[in-house]
Design a protein around this ligand. Structure first.
Ligand code: E4P
Length: 214
């Protein structure tokens, strides 16, 4: 499973990258806004740090506007993936961008049929938002399971980026289902590595080592 980091924060990206945990980066307008810096400056800097797919989202909601923004964003770097919202105009833009060879990440997917349509339109990636479904008492991971099955049934090339991840179980279950990618917030990445028995075992080893010096 590939790990993307779901942040626009440069320090977080550098830290996760230094652990070898960043195969790509996803951003969205809310994550960019949190940084209080120019959108394109942030995206350009991320592209200099990470050699992998970097998702940057359009703001337009009409097909022509999305295509115009996408063409502009795609010029920033070869690794740019343009995030397109899962609306009908977005599907039209996705299809046209696929014909132009511009990679897309269809975002804000909350149903398996949306994912099927995005794949048919030629999306490079689909982003099911599982945490936001869990927040509504709907099972986010069931959505991932259904998309994995549909894409496998029809051999779609579209890769699944499990998004809106809130906890390590989201990552574990997605990996067991065979989802291609998890895009993980920095705070959750730390939790994946943590185990109290590791800390306890390390402390015991170091305490015992100290005794050898007496
Ligand atoms: C994914 O591409 C989105 O940026 C992100 O996962 C949304 O997560 P949230 O529901 O925690 O905002």
């Amino acid at each position: 499973m590939k790990f993307f980091i779901d942040t626009a924060n440069i320090d977080e990206i550098k830290e996760a990258h230094s652990m070898g945990m960043v195969d790509g980066v996803t951003t969205n307008p809310s994550l960019i806004a949190k940084e209080g810096r120019d959108f394109e400056d942030i995206i350009t800097e991320i592209c200099q740090i990470v050699d992998g797919p970097i998702s940057a989202e359009v703001i337009s909601t009409d097909t022509e506007g999305m295509i115009k923004e996408a063409r502009h964003l795609a010029k920033i770097h070869d690794n740019i993936v343009v995030k397109i919202p899962m609306i009908l105009d977005g599907l039209k833009a996705t299809r046209r961008l696929a014909e132009e060879g511009i990679k897309t990440n269809v975002t804000l997917a909350f149903s398996p049929l949306q994912a099927l349509m995005a794949a048919k339109a030629g999306a490079t990636y689909i982003s099911p938002f599982i945490g936001r479904l869990d927040d509504l008492s709907q099972e986010g991971l069931l959505l991932v399971e259904q998309i994995v099955e549909i894409y496998s049934n029809y051999a779609f090339d579209t890769e699944i980026i499990v998004a809106s991840i809130r906890n390590p179980l989201h990552v574990l279950e997605s990996a067991l289902m065979g989802a291609d990618i998890a895009t993980i917030p920095f705070s959750v990445l730390g939790k994946l590595a943590a185990h109290p028995m590791t800390d306890k075992g390390l402390k015991a080893f170091l305490d015992d080592w100290e005794k050898t010096k007496k």
